[in-house]
Write a protein that binds this ligand. Structure first.
Ligand code: NAD
Length: 436
């Protein structure tokens, strides 16, 4: 079977390479010429573990190609996956669906008989119904259909999550679309992957609800962390204890500087915005607080740093370990680490950032910060060290050497992941979040 993947960023490039791995002939459609040429030469233009091998293998075998031509895409594929971005609008909280609209508008006139367009982007509820009507207008007489198949992959585990998802969701308007999707995903469904078949609106809402729930869980534990600090408790022990309850679970209960990235922040805001359009904003207004609590973690760290440095960060050397929004990724979209680094810089601190994979993406977004080539170089003569993205290499640093490198043995562990006792034993003052 031949499929196309429209939009080859984090989601689309992973989907395209993974579908080639499942045995399909895949044509990726990407309008950014730099990305397209990089992908076509077998190079992933971002960091995602395992993806480059998969891409290179299938580009070399000819199972995976890239183009910018929608005409070629329409002629090539029986199924077309739409994976373009849906960032936050510049003028509001809602999702900017222009890229999804443009992709469908460009593709629809070229669709072949019986083609299925499958949306994977995260969109406001109601988008699929609107696009299905648009496809009917733009592709009359070819019996093309639309389905929505939201994606739940996690950056850092994207290939694994695509090939072995914990569930598939098919939002469909006909038995035929369901059958096409079941046949297409047969290799994955054969491994007993649960599938939920539902309507468009539910499929769209599943995705934003899942992200809203995860965001709420993180902000919940961050709020409790502040109570722990006020009361002298330890949020890590608390999370371990409540996490043993399998109704709660331990995942997403790590107090720290909060969530970021290209999904959670914009998805909760888009959900809130769409709820408002649907007249149910009050019901979802708790998401405002989830967002506020999350953003407050960033200013809290800036405030703690200011206090630790005697009331001002101006002219202090601050080392920042981590720039990506999470480890095993170079994605710095709405990264809490970079936001904190930027706020400190704007308050006059001399900030030196090191991230094992995200120095380049961070430099492109925040060029005025200093970027170091290693954790130790970032820490040279530092008055304060901030651990903001929990890459494993930061837990392996030789504390003896580090102690000789910095000016002051002061550290804020923004992820509560360092071995605080070992650091204290090595003479450091360690400040976690929500910890004694
Ligand atoms: P991204 O910005 O990395 O990729 C989007 C790509 O689409 C870009 O390369 C862009 O050049 C391309 N594009 C835009 N318009 C196009 C068009 N008309 N034709 C062809 N290509 C076009 O974004 P992403 O992180 O991959 O996210 C894509 C969607 O997937 C979003 O809706 C996001 O919410 C959702 N999603 C992302 C993740 C994730 O972890 N990144 C996980 C699940 C869902």
């Amino acid at each position: 079977m031949k499929v196309t993947v429209i939009g080859c960023g984090y989601l689309g490039a992973t989907h395209a390479a993974s579908m080639a791995e499942l045995g399909y002939d895949v044509l990726g459609v990407e309008i950014d010429s730099g990305k397209r040429e990089s992908l076509a030469s077998g190079k992933v233009p971002f960091y995602e573990p395992g993806l480059e091998d998969l891409l290179a293998t299938h580009v070399a075998s000819g199972k995976l190609r890239f183009t910018d031509s929608f005409e070629e895409a329409g002629a090539f594929g029986e199924i077309h996956f739409v994976c373009v971005g849906t960032p936050q609008r510049h003028d509001g909280l809602g999702a900017d669906v222009r890229y999804v609209d443009a992709a469908v508008e460009s593709l629809a006139p070229h669709l072949g008989e019986g083609a299925l367009v499958v949306g994977k982007s995260t969109v406001p509820v109601g988008t699929a119904e609107r696009l299905a009507a648009r496809i009917a207008e733009l592709a009359p007489g070819v019996d093309a259909e639309l389905a929505w198949n939201p994606e739940f992959l996690r950056e850092g585990f994207a290939v694994e999550d695509t090939l072995r998802p914990d569930r598939l969701v098919f939002g469909v308007a006909s038995d035929r679309s369901e059958k096409v999707l079941r046949d297409f995903y047969a290799p994955i469904l054969a491994t007993e992957t649960p599938v939920v078949v539902t309507d468009f609106a539910t499929a769209e809402l599943v995705k934003v609800s899942a992200n809203a729930f995860l965001a709420t869980k993180i902000s919940f534990i961050n709020a409790v962390a502040e109570v722990c600090e006020a009361a002298g408790g330890d949020v890590v022990d608390l999370a371990d204890a409540i996490g043993h309850d399998d109704r709660i679970g331990r995942k997403f209960l790590n107090a720290g500087i909060g969530f970021g990235g290209g999904c959670l922040p914009k998805d909760i805001r888009a959900f809130l915005s769409r709820a408002g359009e649907l007249g149910v904003e009050d019901t979802m207004s708790f998401l405002r607080q989830v967002d506020d609590i999350n953003l407050r973690q960033r200013s809290r760290v800036v405030q703690i740093a200011t206090t630790m440095l005697g009331g001002s960060v101006a002219r202090s050397r601050i080392a920042v370990w981590g720039a990506a929004f999470k480890p095993e990724s170079d994605d710095v979209r709405d990264s809490p680490a970079l936001s904190i680094a930027g706020q400190l810089h704007l308050r006059g601190a001399l900030v030196s950032v090191y991230d094992p994979k995200a120095n380049d993406t961070a430099r492109a977004m925040f060029p005025t910060l200093d970027y170091a080539e290693s954790a130790l170089l970032a820490a040279r003569d530092a008055d304060l060290l901030l651990h903001l993205t929990e890459w494993p290499e930061f837990r392996l640093v030789d504390l003896g050497v580090l102690g000789e490198t910095v000016r002051n043995k002061l550290v804020i562990d923004g992820r509560n992941k360092l071995d605080a006792q070992a650091w204290r034993d090595a003479g450091w003052t360690v400040r976690g979040l929500g910890r004694p």
